[in-house]
Design a binder for this molecule. Structure first.
Ligand code: ACO
Length: 374
């Protein structure tokens, strides 16, 4: 227990802020004991069957769109997908080394410079910025990838869904129906998750009344770390390293003996199976079957079994795959390059981030905790 001199309160330091309730939110709800996740009161299993545009509207506006609202929102997103020639020039200069997110944060900064409403902090202007970010992120990431390879970016295809269009812009050909479903689900399941590290960081930025773009970049930079969104890339690399299911046992034992983390396992909040992982696992199995080569899926299942066994036997409690595990298996089948994985996560998450930004602005008090001086 720590007493603050002159203060009327006492506090116990909680490393990693574990168990601390920092604010009220109506955006999402997690029950980590029962494995329940809801966005705006609706179960994730139900949301996973909708379109990303619907979920994005729900998160930002607080209610599901009617048919007309959805059509209008969808049209606005589609009309904002394009990026201009200046932006593509900037992307050629950025030319990231091994991690596309390093260039994506520059691209978002440049979008802010080019946005005539950048300095307007009204709710209407901020919602316009949210639409621009949600619409343009897939185009930026695909363009960064194409520029890196020395190719011209593909223009967005307005006839395709948010997810299918992203895969089209990466590859230059429309994805199959199951690939389009898989990436759409990925964006939906990645869209929001209460006070995860990137959202908390973003809310701190928003609480200083920093603008939407600055707050989003704060969130994006925090997503990058391997203990958060960067784990998805780590899982993709692990799947390559393990290569066949028979290697999973030795791989896990070796890593655990060195006290290294296995990417894509464990969670601060869930003490049972993450409901998103269940949906991702089912989707990964279907994509693997369609692909005809189930190896990556089988490697992942073996890793899951070994991790469960090792944690139960040695520590007396199991460990479960988190949101990054089977989503990474899907990325392998969708041929998403590992250096893009964290940025692709951000495509989905940007709707949740902007919703949190607006919630913070609407009832703001600067977030400023204390530290215990030693
Ligand atoms: N591999 C091996 N051991 C693990 C793992 C793992 N993936 N996760 C937890 N453990 C162990 C820890 O070593 C620790 O053991 P100890 O008590 O003997 O020291 C115990 O389980 C508790 O783990 P913590 O790291 O204290 O749990 P915390 O709640 O602080 O961290 C986190 C949660 C960061 C997700 C952690 O499980 C982890 O590092 N996982 C791997 C990285 C990862 O997949 N991150 C993505 C999370 S989801 C997301 O952010 C989008």
């Amino acid at each position: 227990m720590h007493f603050f001199a002159g203060g009327s309160y006492l506090q116990e330091t909680k490393k990693g802020l574990e168990g601390i309730v920092a604010l009220d939110t109506s955006i999402s709800f997690i029950d980590g004991m029962q494995g329940i996740l809801k966005y705006r009161g609706i179960d994730i299993e139900h949301l996973a069957e909708m379109s990303y545009e619907t979920i994005s509207y729900l998160l930002i506006n607080g209610i599901l769109p009617g048919e007309q609202e959805l059509a209008a929102y969808s049209n606005r997103l589609k009309s904002e997908r394009r990026i201009n020639g200046e932006m593509i020039d900037i992307m050629r200069v950025c030319n990231y080394g091994t991690e596309a997110l390093d260039s994506l944060r520059t691209a978002i900064s440049c979008t802010a410079h080019m946005d005539h409403e950048n300095d307007n902090n009204s709710l209407d202007a901020n919602k316009n910025k949210a639409v621009r970010l949600i619409a343009k992120l897939p185009t930026m990431i695909a363009a960064l990838y194409r520029c890196k390879s020395g190719d011209f970016p593909f223009q967005p295809d307005e006839t395709l869904s948010h997810g299918a269009n992203f895969l089209y812009m990466l590859r230059g050909e429309a994805p199959s129906a199951i690939e389009a479903e898989a990436i759409e689900k990925d964006f939906i399941l990645s869209a929001e998750h209460e006070l995860n590290p990137s959202t908390f960081a973003l809310r701190i930025a928003a609480s200083t009344l920093a603008d939407v773009y600055s707050a989003i970049i704060t969130g994006l930079c925090t997503l990058k770390g391997p203990l958060h969104g960067g784990a998805r890339r780590g899982v993709m690399e692990m799947l390559d390293e393990v290569a066949v299911p028979e290697n999973a046992n030795n791989y896990v034992l070796y890593k655990l003996s060195r006290k290294e983390k296995i990417m894509g396992f464990g969670h601060r909040v869930y003490r049972t199976y993450d409901p998103r992982s269940r949906i991702f696992k089912d989707m990964a199995k279907r994509v693997a079957k369609e692909n005809g080569d189930p190896t990556w899926y089988e490697v992942a299942e073996s890793l899951e079994h070994v991790m469960y066994r090792e944690f139960l036997d040695v520590r007396g409690r199991p460990i479960y795959p988190n949101v990054d595990f089977y989503s990474a298996v899907i990325y392998k089948y969708l041929r998403i390059p590992p250096e893009l994985a964290t940025s692709v996560f951000a495509i989905g998450r940007v709707s949740g981030w902007t919703a949190h930004c607006f919630e913070q602005y609407a009832d703001n008090r600067v977030i400023r905790p204390r530290a215990h001086y030693i």
